[in-house]
Design a protein around this ligand. Structure first.
Ligand code: KIV
Length: 289
């Protein structure tokens, strides 16, 4: 059953403020022409309805990343993330947005076995969430799958460089492409994913020069994360850039310090409850008149 329709009877799920057109995959793809993107593509992750509402006016794309495994569920990696998690959070983000294109990550194990497996899982994600694209990790090896999905109506966001679902092969989350052989492989991966029809490609955690070269040589928009300012767009994990975590990768810039501010608000609440100074007359129900 579809779960993505906005439920206007739910008090916190506001309907579209402006019934308008969402950003589309062809519109994102068309941002890059002659290897150049005039207006960089803005992407952030979102996992919940309310965060989607807050981010949507500022973003071209919202990514329901499988990073939710760590950020929301406290898992050690993205490996244990399930289809059910991605579908539930994807539907919430679609409900909370009206402008940005919503892309949903395909979880580990849902697409690697065959193009047919990928189509089955990607179509389920699209039906259950209402999202307009899926993202999957991998380069040359995944190109036939990306082509299979794209030719069957499923827009695909590629993801090369540091691919967190491959952490057990890579041996960690360090920057990729320090050696020429690996740098060449990343460039080949990006080209293969582009040729296969991905409408944009996330390039994560690579040496700056590789990302710059890939952005300049691949026709598809390159969205960087820990990559290069020369990319055609940027993405960050929202909770990282809001400063909710003490430990983040080096490439994260904290645009706020929400962890401290939440701590301060919780401490103020706790002390007012303990002093019985909350709730006051403003927050209690009394007979009128
Ligand atoms: O899972 C995720 O959030 C991602 C982004 C970091 C690109 O893949």
């Amino acid at each position: 059953m579809s779960t993505f329709t906005i439920d206007t009877s739910t008090s916190r799920a506001t309907p579209s403020p402006v019934p308008g057109k969402r950003m589309t995959a062809p519109a994102i793809r068309a941002r890059k022409a002659d290897f150049h993107t005039e207006q960089p593509i803005v992407m952030l992750t979102a996992y919940t309805m309310r965060m989607a509402q807050l981010l949507d006016p500022h973003c071209d794309m919202l990514l329901v990343g499988d990073s939710l495994g760590q950020v929301i569920y406290g898992l050690p990696s993205t490996i244990p993330v399930t289809m059910e998690m991605m579908c539930a959070h994807g539907a919430a983000v679609v409900r909370g947005s009206w402008h940005a294109l919503v892309g949903v990550d395909m979880p580990f194990g849902s697409y690697e076995a065959s193009p047919a497996q990928a189509f089955e899982c990607a179509s389920r994600i699209m039906k259950e969430t209402g999202c307009a694209a899926v993202k999957l990790e991998g380069g040359e090896a995944m190109a036939p799958t990306i082509q299979f999905l794209t030719e069957r109506g499923i827009p695909v966001i590629g993801h090369v460089g540091l691919t967190p679902q491959a952490v057990n092969i890579l041996g960690g989350y360090g920057a990729r492409g320090k050696e020429q052989k690996e740098a060449d492989k990343i460039a080949r991966d990006a080209k293969a994913v582009s040729d296969a029809g991905a409408f944009c490609i996330v390039v994560e955690g690579v040496m700056e020069q590789i990302a710059t070269e890939v952005a300049r040589s691949v026709v598809t928009p390159i969205i960087g994360i820990g990559a290069s300012a020369e990319c055609d767009g940027q993405v960050l994990v929202t909770e990282d850039m809001l400063g909710l975590f003490e430990r983040t990768p080096r490439f994260v810039k904290r645009f706020d310090d929400l962890a401290s501010r939440i701590g301060e608000a919780a401490a103020a609440y706790a002390s007012e409850v303990r002093e019985r100074s909350f709730p006051t007359a403003d927050q209690t129900y009394r007979p009128k008149g």
